[in-house]
Design a protein around this ligand. Structure first.
Ligand code: HEM
Length: 398
């Protein structure tokens, strides 16, 4: 139970964001919260507020002086660590982003095109002849991991080691104590791995993100070793599971909506707008902020020190902004969604993510156009973001 006084003007719930539910149920639950009130007091975790409507959510993201990134999960309002750049505020954050942004510009990301496509094709070809696959295990987890290794300059032979850490840190579920222990062990191992890699790149710089970050200057001094490690950890958290989860929701949707799947096969030019629509309709990220001064959202007073949760799906499925918001229209235009966030912390990797998704959809539909969801599939979702955990079995005729 919460130790703080809930505000009287907003309904009170005990909504476990993290619970494991059949895929889609959580999204429906969020939609209900939006219909109920603009702000909900949630007694789950340490107690926090959920903001449910587009305008209020956007305003909070854009007001970083009041809505701070120094704490970003509702479980932990006073973290003793800081992931970089996500948990930085103010000028320190600006300095990191100024040096990072050019590395993730559309032009720079274009340079990865051939390698990304090569990897997508080789993975898809290895699957195509089988007539079936476990989509998350066989494709959605491996593909972004490869790209991450490439970007960070990590050796490809480390893929299995890396997939293991990814599983232990981002996907392990069950008994809370055991989960925390395993996550802790894997985080220590991953940090040590990054520490070694940073040392290697200091001695012998290469053309990769780690070598470039080593040369960053913050407050006129080189970025510290500790900050570089926190940066690597954040890149791992931000760049992998997001693409995996978006691939999961996209292929789950297309494999159960045959007309839309067929539309993509017949007209691959539809893919970029289809991706935007998947990002909007199933926006997976659920960021939170720490309130730094007493404030008020749509009549609900919120005290300094409280956490507010700003789920992006609540903004991107708001009927007052998007017509027919809960329906998927692959050719929706305009589709000015905020699935990559808004304000100073808007996703650094959005151009890369879009390219990864586009290449995956292009190549998949070229080699495996006629797939469907096997009746054995029972996808669920759990954890800090939306998106299927696994169990998406696809089948096709060979
Ligand atoms: C479909 C895939 C992706 C989605 C939906 C997504 C979404 C987001 C969102 C919503 C945020 C803002 C979080 C907040 O406000 O607290 C964010 C931040 C971030 N994302 Fe992404 N992301 C994706 C892929 C990537 C990729 C591929 C990378 C890099 C390789 C990346 C790197 C980052 C970083 C570094 C931040 C922190 C930015 C900051 O705090 O200044 N993301 N992402």
């Amino acid at each position: 139970m919460s130790t703080t006084e809930p505000a009287s003007t907003c309904p009170i719930h005990e909504f476990n964001h993290y619970a494991e539910l059949p895929f889609g149920e959580k999204l429906a639950r969020y939609d209900d919260l939006r219909d109920e009130a603009p702000v909900i007091r949630n007694e789950f975790a340490n107690g926090h507020y959920i903001v449910t409507r587009y305008e209020d959510i956007l305003k909070a993201y854009q007001n970083a002086k009041v809505f701070s990134n120094t704490a970003v999960t509702v479980f932990n309002p006073n973290p003793t660590f800081r992931w970089i750049p996500q948990m930085l505020d103010g000028t320190e954050h600006k300095q990191w982003r100024k040096q990072l942004n050019p590395l993730f510009s559309p032009k720079n990301v274009e340079g990865l095109e051939d390698k990304v496509r090569e990897r997508a094709v080789s993975l898809i070809k290895s699957i195509a002849a089988k007539g079936t696959c476990d989509f998350m295990q066989d494709f959605a987890l491996q593909y972004p991991s490869f790209i991450f290794l490439e970007l960070m300059g990590m050796p490809f032979e480390d893929l299995d080691k890396f997939l293991h850490w990814e599983d232990e840190i981002l996907h392990v579920s069950g008994d809370a104590e055991e989960t925390a222990r395993r996550r802790g062990v894997a985080t220590v191992e991953l940090t040590e791995y990054f520490r070694g890699l940073i040392d290697e790149r200091r001695a012998e710089p290469k053309d990769d993100l780690i070598s470039k970050a080593i040369a960053f200057e913050i407050d006129d001094a080189p970025a510290t070793q500790e900050d570089l490690e926190s940066f690597c950890i954040l890149m791992f958290m931000a760049g992998l599971d997001t693409v995996t989860a978006t691939l999961g929701t996209t292929f789950l949707y297309l494999s159960t909506h045959q007309e839309d799947r067929q539309a993509i096969v017949e007209d691959p030019e539809l893919i970029p707008s289809a991706i935007e629509e998947m990002l909007r309709a199933f926006a997976i990220v659920i960021p939170s902020r720490k309130v730094l001064e007493d404030t008020e959202i749509s009549g609900c007073p919120i005290k300094a020190g409280e956490m507010v949760c700003l789920p992006l799906n609540l903004a991107t499925r708001d009927e007052s902004v998007y017509e027919d918001a809960k329906e998927v229209h692959l050719d929706r235009s305009p589709n000015n969604h905020i699935a990559f966030g808004a304000g100073p912390h808007r996703c650094l990797g959005s151009h890369l993510a879009r390219r990864e998704l586009r290449i995956a959809l292009e190549e998949w539909h070229r080699y495996i156009p006629n797939y469907r969801l096997s009746p054995q599939s029972h996808p669920t979702e759990s954890g800090g973001q939306l998106g299927p955990n696994g169990n998406i079995i696809l089948e096709w005729d060979v």
